[in-house]
Design a protein around this ligand. Structure first.
Ligand code: UD1
Length: 438
């Protein structure tokens, strides 16, 4: 079993280059299913979620040509959705963003089916707003038996006005994709404003769509008949950048976090400044440094431009080392604190009550064997391990590799003592030893 081994306590120094945004990539790749022609996608992150999505599209007949590790040509001209193999459904069950196939298939073929999506488990993850939006566009949607089936009643979706009852990234993405080729005009109100929503709109527009207002809370789309090929470079990953910023905050040192859009990081930068971390903005980098003691603070997660829920576990890990009491409140998900048990193994003092975590800062954390409970929970225990005294072993790192490109290499370049090792499972981890019957 592969795991990370971290000898913590070193300050971080140097420069780290941020990869393309995971959540933009996992929306744009399925959206490319709508394109008749070649999409050249640049600045793609090399992560397992992207790999999984490309494999899914390949089962449908897409042609994928890698130009270099972060640039790819994707040709969905001849995709089809009949008799897709069971191996493909195994992949769609693994990741959250597979439900974007529904919007894309509906837009391209007027019918769609997929499995219910997988992804990180932080409580109930309903899809009622996706269903509401696609139904309003004229689809019949059936969710049962672990599958989603949808069909445009008149063969092609029809534009309309949709109000989302909840600000949802996923529903905004799915409806935008489906509406791009719907007949007439679609207005989506109370939408998510995350940077990857804007990135998806820019991608669709560069392939011939007419999407306006992304980044505000109303998106207006004039449907076009077809999308055509083109070239598009993805934005850098806000959360990957924020994770390295959190790592510097926890360990001390000084790091240039490069290839970022500083505006996307403002919600994170201002919290770190409250915690006595210096953050200077350049055109496409932020310089993060900490020399003095961390200061405690309070954080509440909210949809963009609020503090991102996907940075909540990492910021908790940092606050564990800040003297005094910090309160972190989760404002997006019902519960997202499974990783707290892991941080406690490292000496953290955290009490969770409903959606709030009360953190009593300790002098320092101590290395332990911990698990990545999900993608960002995994990032949090890595941040904690980098700052902790002693050795931390992080298990179940496949979660982390869903969303972080070359985490170990990038941290090593900053002076961290982290390695990925392949250690056989201990008998107790495998269950009771079974003696051979001679
Ligand atoms: C996306 C991100 C995820 C991030 C989340 C919030 C991707 C692939 N994943 O997830 O990393 O944590 O945004 O920033 O981009 N909700 C409903 N009904 C729905 C849909 C959502 O009630 O139909 C609720 C959810 O339970 C949650 C909130 O809305 O409380 C936000 O969820 P949403 O923005 O949809 O998250 P995802 O798109 O799944």
């Amino acid at each position: 079993m592969e795991k990370y081994v971290i000898h913590g306590g070193q300050p971080l120094h140097g420069r780290v280059e941020i990869s393309g945004a995971k959540n933009a990539a996992v929306a744009i790749i399925p959206a490319a299913l709508m394109v008749r022609g070649v999409c050249r996608l640049e600045n793609l992150p090399q992560i397992s979620d992207v790999d999984t999505q490309l494999r899914i599209l390949t089962y449908m007949g897409a042609k994928v040509k890698m130009i270099n590790p972060s640039t790819m040509e994707l040709d969905c001209t001849n995709v089809q959705i009949d008799n897709l193999p069971e191996e493909m459904w195994e992949l769609t069950r693994r990741i959250r963003a597979s439900y974007y196939l529904i919007g894309a298939m509906l837009g391209r073929f007027g019918e769609a089916y997929s499995t219910m999506p997988g992804g990180c488990n932080f409580g109930v993850r309903p899809i009622d707003q996706h269903v509401k939006g696609l139904t309003a566009l004229g689809a019949e949607v059936d969710v049962s038996g672990g599958f989603i089936n949808a069909r445009a009643k008149t063969g092609r979706l029809k534009g309309t006005t949709i109000y989302l009852d909840k600000v949802s990234v996923g529903a905004t993405v799915n409806i935008m994709i489906a509406a791009a080729t719907a007949e007439g005009r679609t207005v989506i109100e109370n939408v998510a404003r995350e940077p990857h929503i804007v990135d998806l709109a820019n991608f669709l527009n560069s392939m011939g769509a007419d999407v306006r207002g992304a980044g505000t809370d109303v998106i207006k789309i004039r449907g076009v008949k077809h999308l055509h090929g083109g070239t598009y470079a993805l934005i850098p990953d806000q959360i990957e950048a924020g994770t390295y910023m959190a790592a510097v905050a926890a360990c001390g040192g000084s790091v240039q976090v490069a290839n970022v859009i500083p505006k996307h990081l403002e919600c994170i930068s201002s919290k770190l400044r409250e915690m006595n971390v210096q953050v200077e903005e350049g055109d496409d980098f932020v310089l993060v440094s900490r020399e003095g003691m961390l200061r405690h603070t309070n954080v509440k997660t909210m949809p963009y431009p609020g503090f991102p829920t996907d940075m909540q576990p990492q910021i908790c890990a940092v606050l564990c080392c800040a003297p005094g009491v910090s309160v972190v409140t989760e404002g997006v998900w019902d519960s997202r604190y499974k990783y707290v048990a892991e941080l406690k193994k490292m000496g953290a003092q955290i009490q969770v009550e409903d959606q709030a975590a009360f953190i009593q800062g300790v002098g320092h954390l101590t290395g332990a064997t911990v698990k990545a409970c999900d993608l960002r929970a995994g990032a949090a225990v890595v941040v904690a391990g980098l700052a902790a005294h002693g050795v931390t072993k992080v298990e179940d790192i496949f979660y982390i590799e869903r969303g972080y490109e070359n985490l170990v290499g990038k941290l090593q370049a900053l002076g961290a003592d982290i390695r990925c090792i392949d250690e056989p499972e201990t008998p107790s981890a495998r269950g009771p030893v079974r003696w051979a019957v001679i």
